[in-house]
Design a protein around this ligand. Structure first.
Ligand code: PMP
Length: 398
């Protein structure tokens, strides 16, 4: 890691990740000497086609699928659109009922609203206090006309991992298909679409240290979606437009690297995460861990603090050169508290005092030391200024 990030402490890996230099190296030739269009039939086009198919192979190995079950896209949002809207439009004669959870990413929440306007019916399944989908409630929402269930693999804010295998069994028992948004989990949890009972899955490149602007949809053989981008018929007609070969090569290089290094990274991240969690809960009075105590992403620590606003914590950390988050970067401009925290049963004022720390590939012990040292100081200073904070006896968890 070089440049500005050397001086800063970056602990917001959930929002964005730097491109791994090894990935960048593999991408570079595809901007210049290997610039061909895979649709061209000459030898320059062949080089691009070969790169595209090699990339498809690497990505399919990463998730345990076949090559022809991968559709390259411009990122997770597009994959999710194709996987949910494309599926809904294609399969609407079988039924017009869709199920999502209450903690889905804004892209899925907004797609649900869009489909409702288009005459589909969407049910939302509640989660428990840790953010896990209530399986009994899921079962009760499923109907004869349910065609699709979309439940995230893990939550991008509180880090809770869903029981995706069991969810898949329930969904299949009712004859519906399971789409999962695996963006928060990819590279942090081993994912195998067969073992995990997944029919459609959206992933992005940047979340595994590849370039932004690339992603893919896994679609199990035999399932069908209507294309949303119509044109020259690339990607078996499912996603037209000349492929961004360099970015796709980058994404597949990132997948290959993370597949090899994931076990070691998970161990390292867990150590960092647990140091942060133990230290904050011990050192900061009236602090609580959000999300599941065990079934959580190895790199995620998410807290709430009585009596202070997440934004003021974030800005204090910014002054110290430490980049952290209050939740999803995609909704950071709204004043609303996180819908995920509200879904776990928190009050608005509790949800507002939250802080998300996500570690990643380029963090060091020194970064963890710095944040552990800073949190109690920042929280205590902000509480001195807070008109609403009155200390209460410490409760470690709810
Ligand atoms: N799902 C989740 C869980 C996310 O965190 C994000 C944002 N990184 C997305 C979907 C959308 O991804 P993108 O903005 O890369 O399209």
């Amino acid at each position: 890691m070089s440049g500005a990030l050397d001086e800063q402490v970056y602990l917001d890996y959930q929002s964005a990740k730097p491109v791994d230099r090894r990935v960048l190296e593999q991408m570079t030739p595809y901007f210049s000497e290997k610039f061909g269009n895979p649709s061209s039939l000459h030898h320059v086009g062949d080089i691009a086609t070969e790169a595209l198919e090699q990339s498809r192979k690497k990505v399919s190995e990463f998730i345990g699928s076949d090559m022809d079950e991968i559709v390259f896209t411009s990122g997770a949002t597009e994959s999710i659109n194709l996987g949910i809207i494309g599926f809904a439009l294609r399969n609407k004669r079988k039924g017009k009922h869709i199920v999502i959870s209450e903690v889905e990413h804004i892209s899925i929440r907004n797609i649900a609203k869009y489909l409702e306007k288009e005459g589909f019916l969407v049910s939302r399944v509640p989660v428990d206090q840790y953010g896990q989908v209530k399986l009994g409630k899921l079962e009760s929402r499923l109907r004869d006309d349910t065609i699709l269930v979309s439940i995230q693999y893990a939550n991008n804010e509180i880090g809770t991992i869903q029981k995706i295998q069991e969810i898949g069994e329930i969904v299949h028992d009712h004859g519906a298909a399971l789409h999962t948004d695996a963006v928060a989990a990819e590279g942090l949890v081993p994912i195998n679409v067969e073992a995990d009972n997944i029919d459609l899955m959206s992933m992005s490149s940047n979340d595994i240290y590849g370039p932004k602007g690339a992603g893919f949809l896994f679609m199990r053989r035999g399932y069908r979606v209507n294309p949303l981008i119509i044109g020259g018929g690339q990607e078996r007609g499912l996603r037209s437009g000349s492929e961004d070969v360099a970015s796709i090569v980058g994404m597949s290089a990132a997948a290959e690297i993370i597949q090899k290094e994931m076990n070691d990274e998970i161990k390292r991240f867990k150590k960092y995460r647990d140091r942060i969690i133990d230290s904050v809960l011990n050192e900061v009075p009236d602090s609580y861990l959000n999300g599941h105590p065990e079934e959580r992403l190895p790199n995620n620590a998410h807290f709430r603090f009585d009596g202070i606003e997440g934004e003021s914590i974030l800005l204090s950390f910014k002054d110290l050169g430490i980049a952290i988050s209050t939740g999803s970067a995609c909704t950071s401009k709204t004043l609303e508290p996180s819908h995920c925290l509200i879904a776990t049963g928190l009050l608005h004022e509790e949800a507002h005092g939250s802080l998300e720390i996500t570690v990643g590939r380029y963090n060091t012990d020194n970064h963890i030391d710095k944040v552990i040292d800073a949190v109690p100081k920042v929280v205590s200073r902000l509480r001195e200024l807070s008109p609403i904070y009155t200390p209460k006896e410490k409760v470690m968890s709810r």
